[in-house]
Design a protein around this ligand. Structure first.
Ligand code: GLV
Length: 345
């Protein structure tokens, strides 16, 4: 087919634009908020591909309303904003950006853990408000990290990057993952002295807990009232994964009742809307879904999205294709020559 027409939701970096413009025409749609469904449908009119972000929801209705759409390149590793099954049924390829944001996201999880534990935001406010009267042995105490147990839920690339950082802080790592035991567990034991345990043991034994699992029907409200009640009274919970992994109402209640020490949250159930009660709490640190918000990381994510689109319309399977089952239908729709489907460049 001729050069595809691409909608870019959010800004495209100059470098990525240079690459994209060689093989595609594109429309950039900078925005601060999610685009309303009707507007998104209008923007997608006659577009062959879209570069999207986690706040863009590709529902069955949107997919039905955009018959020309053939590729969704999501600038994120998570893809719970896209109805993958419905996309596949229509021959729409969906890609993501794994492997380039592990360190950045793990860094933010550490930053949140430290911020909650050492009460950084509260302390900063205290100093600025002129409340500080000098050194006091009982001022702003929080739990120690050194020698404590960190429980990592979800041991993919980001979980592992986080575990490495925690180990460097002198913490004992335990983790749970949802796939069958395999060589990866042996490697984690060998390199990080990390012990695999089940969720209940992790909740009961950990002083700190960090979530690094993807969101799916299986992980919906993985941490609810029952799980929270198993945590230690001084536990700190960190979430840089997806908001819906935690039952937010139960968490707010637990934090209000001071049943754990605190929480560091970068993601929320209905982001960007947060419960007022959560915003009022002083035992939480809240950030606006910025896990991968580092200059180089975001550049790499954008480049991957652009490369995915380029590859697809050159008839090559993108390296981070999430639904290879859509490939044959996609090929029929685009009638691409297909020299070698397994090679992306
Ligand atoms: C961001 O949340 C991502 O999934 O990359």
């Amino acid at each position: 087919m001729s050069n595809p027409s691409v909608l870019v939701l959010g800004n495209l970096l100059d470098e990525a634009a240079e690459i994209l413009k060689v093989s595609a025409s594109f429309l950039e749609h900078p925005r601060e908020n999610a685009v309303a469904e009707a507007k998104l449908i209008e923007l997608l009119d006659k577009k062959d591909a879209v570069i999207s972000e986690p706040l863009d929801h590709f529902t069955e209705n949107i997919l039905d309303s955009c018959p020309d759409l053939k590729v969704i390149a999501n600038r994120a590793v998570g893809f719970d904003n896209i109805d993958l099954e419905q996309a596949s049924a229509r021959g729409i390829l969906v890609t993501n950006t794994p492997g380039v944001l592990d360190a950045a996201t793990a860094d933010l999880a550490m930053a949140l853990m430290l911020a909650v534990t050492r009460r950084i935001v509260e302390a900063d406010r205290y100093v600025r408000e002129g409340k500080w009267q000098g050194f006091r042995s009982d001022l702003m105490l929080g739990p120690d990290l050194f020698g404590k147990t960190i429980g990592v839920i979800g041991m993919g690339r980001i979980g592992r990057a986080f575990a490495q950082r925690a180990q460097a802080f002198g913490m004992k790592v335990i983790y749970c993952r949802f796939s069958a035991r395999d060589a990866k567990d042996d490697q984690l034991k060998e390199h990080l002295e990390a012990e695999r345990v089940d969720l209940e043991a992790l909740l009961k034994e950990s002083d700190f807990i960090s979530l690094h699992c993807p969101y799916s029907a299986d992980t919906h409200h993985l941490i609810g009232a029952t799980e929270l009640s198993m945590m230690k009274p001084q536990a700190v919970l960190v979430n840089t994964a997806r908001g819906r992994v935690i039952d937010e109402t139960a968490l707010v209640k637990h934090l209000e009742d001071r049943k754990i020490f605190g929480a560091g949250l970068d993601v929320f159930e209905n982001e960007p809307t947060l419960p007022d009660k959560l915003k009022k709490l002083d035992n939480v640190v809240l950030t606006p879904h910025i896990g991968s918000a580092c200059f180089d990381t975001r550049k790499r994510m954008t480049m991957l999205a652009v490369e995915s689109i380029k590859a697809a319309f050159q008839g090559k399977q993108p390296i981070h294709l999430l639904n290879p089952e859509a490939w044959d239908k996609f090929k029929q729709k685009t009638a691409c020559p297909n020299p070698n489907p397994n090679q992306s460049r």
